[in-house]
Write a protein that binds this ligand. Structure first.
Ligand code: PLP
Length: 470
């Protein structure tokens, strides 16, 4: 392909992209294909000679698109969103064109310095302490892994990376029973042993019980374990519960334990001053992650990770082979030392585009709209005699179920709701997912897609009522 051809196809593809996003509601939200249906349409061997872009793009439309779930549809109410927005897409396009590998300052000073500046903006936007520092990671999972590894190194006096486990370490990590599975994964990878991850019980709102946490820490200390890290959540994945940070932070500070806060989805709400109560006591915490790639309209991947003690992070991840020695070392940030990856995408660009194009007020306005729609939908559920809410609604995830009058058998109710969910999703008109709360099959309706409006919520509710009635 030469430049002229590139130009031609780029214009065609951009036109296709605009049409796609404009007409996204015409596609079934959830891909409705059988396993291997896409794979079997693809030739077993790669082409020997090059093919035309026309043919390749035709196959994209014919073979690939039917197997895509349309996450940018405003009828997408599943999981948590992975939102994009026009400015973010434009940023991603430029990142692809530059094709820069931003592992250290020298390999693209602007990428490093923009990242530093934009992370400082974000820190201020969500009310984190001004002496913390931020870095963009690929995912909340990676951010949490970085936090747990840093806590481990700090607790070992920075000896573990050098010497490996001696067999004497008896480290313990804590989170609630509702905490995201990325903590289990990080504990496995860090070699801490899943048996040393203590899952603390929750209250009626599914938030961590701080008294139970302290009890477990005291027990462990008296059995010669060393508590090294607590992971608290602002918005658990199942029901978006909010762990009591102020109390947990006081406990961690008292026992000298690293406190990591996982706010992957809920952290975006901190853009609104009325949500700042969630991080009261954060000065006593050590690290924090939230994903602009979930609810802040920035294409996956873009996870914002902040730490109080940058030295702990750097001492954990720093490497310095001869070929990466530079004269600017120490004067600038070399982000390869701030996490697992060496190579890094230029992710700050799309985040910069998003923040500038929306403006802080524009972001706040959209988030408020989503929060209002969440309360509106919760009201609809609450007022209907045949439905019930199953958890508080602090953000925009509504946990509910169909409970027709007269049906009380738990298995029957679970079954009814599972059938209802399958019917809803098979319709192609909406996409919701489920969880289990106190062994009850629970529908989750997350109203946070970039372009969702009350009309979409009303249509979804009408469908839910109609299919439930049938
Ligand atoms: C989504 C989510 C994660 C995982 O996020 P990734 O960026 O996909 O790793 C972690 N914690 C919580 C609370 C989440 O909601």
């Amino acid at each position: 392909m030469d430049t002229n051809e590139f130009r031609k196809h780029a214009h065609l593809i951009v036109d296709w992209m605009a049409d796609y996003l404009e007409n996204i509601e015409n596609y079934p939200v959830k891909a409705n294909v059988e396993p291997r249906q896409i794979y079997d349409q693809l030739p077993p061997s790669p082409p020997k000679s090059g093919e035309s872009m026309e043919n390749i793009f035709a196959d994209f439309q014919k073979i690939i698109l039917p197997g895509i779930t349309h996450w940018q549809s405003p009828n997408f109410f599943a999981y948590f969103p992975a939102n994009s927005s026009y400015p973010s897409i434009l940023g991603e396009m430029l990142t692809a064109a530059l094709g820069a590998q931003c592992m250290i300052w020298e390999t693209s000073p602007a990428a490093t310095e923009l990242e530093e500046r934009v992370m400082n903006w974000l820190k201020e936007m969500i009310g984190l302490p001004s002496n913390w520092e931020g870095v963009i990671q690929d995912s909340a999972s990676s951010s949490t892994l970085a936090a747990i590894l840093s806590a481990r190194e700090k607790a070992s006096g920075y000896t573990l990376n050098d010497q490996g486990y001696t067999g004497k370490e008896k480290f313990r990590i804590y989170c609630s029973t509702e905490t995201h599975s990325s903590v289990d994964k990080a504990v496995k990878i860090a070699g801490l042993g899943r048996g040393n991850l203590r899952k603390i019980g929750v209250d009626n709102a599914y938030a961590m019980n701080p008294e139970a946490l302290e009890q477990q820490i005291v027990n462990d200390l008296s059995n010669d374990f060393t508590p090294i890290c607590v992971v608290a959540s602002l918005g658990t994945t199942s029901s978006t519960a909010i762990d009591p940070i102020e109390k947990i932070a006081a406990i961690c500070s008292h026992y000298h334990i690293w406190l990591h806060i996982d706010a992957a989805y809920g952290g975006t709400a901190l853009l609104l001053p009325e949500f700042r109560y969630m991080i009261r006591g954060i000065e006593l915490a050590d690290s924090f992650v939230f994903n602009p790639h979930k609810w802040m309209f920035t294409n996956f991947d873009c996870s914002a990770f902040f730490v109080k003690d940058r030295e702990a992070l750097l001492r954990t991840f720093e490497i310095l082979p001869e070929y990466l020695k530079t004269a600017t070392r120490g004067k600038v940030n070399d982000y390869r030392d701030w996490g697992v990856q060496l190579g890094r995408r230029f992710r700050a660009l799309k985040l910069w585009f998003v923040i500038r194009n929306f403006g802080v007020e524009g972001l706040q306005e959209k988030i408020r709209l989503h929060l209002n729609l969440g309360q509106y939908f919760a009201g609809l559920v609450n007022d209907h005699p045949d439905f019930e809410l199953l958890a508080p609604v602090p953000f925009t995830n509504i946990c509910f179920r169909y409970k027709p009058q007269g049906v009380i058998n738990p298995d029957e109710l679970n079954n009814l709701n599972e059938v209802l969910l399958n019917k809803l999703n098979q319709s192609g008109k909406v996409y919701l997912t489920h969880t289990r709360l106190k062994s009850r099959y629970t529908l989750r309706m997350v109203i946070a897609q970039t372009n969702v409006t009350q009309e979409h919520v009303d249509k979804a509710w009408a469908m839910i009522c109609e299919l439930a009635g049938a």
